[in-house]
Design a protein. Structure first.
Length: 378
């Protein structure tokens, strides 16, 4: 009995110090690198978004409504105080997080969440800004609130990306039940919007002089965007979105462009059945799409030297297949090669760290931050 208890204790210790109990290998031999997988921290409840602070610590959201700071050694803070009311329902909750481009001067952060209507089950994606302090948030301000609010817990989006002019892109979903709204400019269903850090509308937004469109809209015809990042050379906003059954897409989200949902898609209804065409005049074709769906979430361009052969590659998380998907791109932005790297957990977010490592958030009740580095660094 004593020996069995000792073995059990040793096994539990191994679980806490490695990815073994989460079915994640400690080492992965990929096409271009032998990868060591380290568990930075565990015990996160369905983590959704993360961002790095200038001092190397991480801000991490849990969809259940908690925001924490995690240091490089994996030490987690207590949940920070000062968050607004959040409706945690199905896919809704506390979602993405990013820091102000001038964070070192103003200590301001931005986060997206499902904002409820008091006394009802209605909600929509909202974005708030606040000052980050050691114990919590202050000067909270909701700078964007999608409309209309409806009673459904699906397809909130939402990723937050600052452009080079200092405006904030917010990606949104069609809320599941409002797919045709993605084609209409009088609601926020299925849109990318662009606002200033205080919530005002940039003067160069495309619909500022159109009284039939919401002036914060940038692009439309999207289904549910859960990955967004700026191209490191061009500054263009790259996005990916969930298709239905098949038809996950990668796009460059350009002003006024219509990306087709639900009029065009390479997917079909769940259980079978056509939704629309695959091509239609005036609607954009994806740069790349997946059939069957990989359920993408999180995305970044890799620009560091740690994985030298990955420079310029696009890294995408897969929830469905529990993978990190590495995409090589040609001069015309087309995908020339795809590699699937098995992680063994649902990958919710993908980030490049200041140390050049690749960091992954895993979407589980006992979610983790994983750090990927070369097994034999130069």
């Amino acid at each position: 009995m004593t020996r069995n208890l000792a073995l059990l204790f040793a096994s539990l210790t191994l679980c806490l110090s490695s990815a073994a109990c989460a079915n994640t290998p400690a080492q992965i031999d990929s096409e271009q690198a032998s990868i060591k997988v380290e568990v930075v921290t565990s015990g996160l409840q369905h983590p959704w978004g993360m961002t790095f602070l200038p001092d190397g610590r991480m801000l991490v959201t849990e969809r259940t409504g908690k925001l924490r700071i995690v240091d490089a050694d994996g030490n987690k803070s207590e949940p920070l105080n000062g968050l607004p009311e959040i409706l945690v329902k199905n896919q809704g909750g506390l979602l993405d997080v990013t820091i102000d481009p001038m964070f070192s001067e103003n200590q301001r952060i931005y986060f997206s969440f499902s904002e409820p209507v008091s006394g009802s089950e209605k909600s929509s994606t909202a974005v708030a800004s606040a000052i980050l302090e050691e114990q919590g948030l202050s000067e909270l301000q909701v700078i964007f609130s999608a409309r209309p609010k409806i009673d459904t817990g699906h397809h909130f989006g939402s990723r937050l990306v600052f452009d080079r002019e200092g405006a904030l892109f917010i990606t949104l979903g069609d809320r599941g039940s409002q797919r045709q709204g993605a084609q209409e400019l009088d609601s926020h269903y299925g849109k990318v919007v662009r606002v200033l850090p205080n919530g005002d509308i940039p003067k160069d937004n495309p619909y500022t002089d159109n009284d039939k469109a919401l002036s914060d809209i940038w692009s439309y015809g999207h289904r549910n965007i859960q990955g967004a990042t700026l191209h490191p050379q061009t500054g263009e906003l790259w996005t990916h979105e969930h298709g239905p059954q098949g038809g996950d897409e990668i796009n460059i989200a350009e002003a006024t462009k219509n990306y087709g949902w639900p009029e065009i898609t390479y997917g079909e209804e769940y259980g079978g059945g056509e939704i629309g065409d695959t091509k239609k005049s005036g609607m954009e074709q994806p740069l790349h799409y997946w059939v069957p769906s990989i359920a993408p979430s999180g995305m970044t361009f890799y620009t560091a030297k740690t994985f030298s052969d990955w420079q310029g590659n696009l890294l995408v998380g897969s929830l469905k297949f529990r993978q990190l998907v590495r995409l090589e791109l040609g001069d015309d932005n087309k995908v020339t090669h795809e590699e699937r790297i098995d992680i063994g957990q649902r990958v919710r977010d993908v980030r490049q760290g200041p140390d050049g490592a690749v960091y992954l958030l895993t979407d589980h009740p006992d979610g983790q931050i994983l750090r990927l580095i070369p097994s034999n660094p130069l």
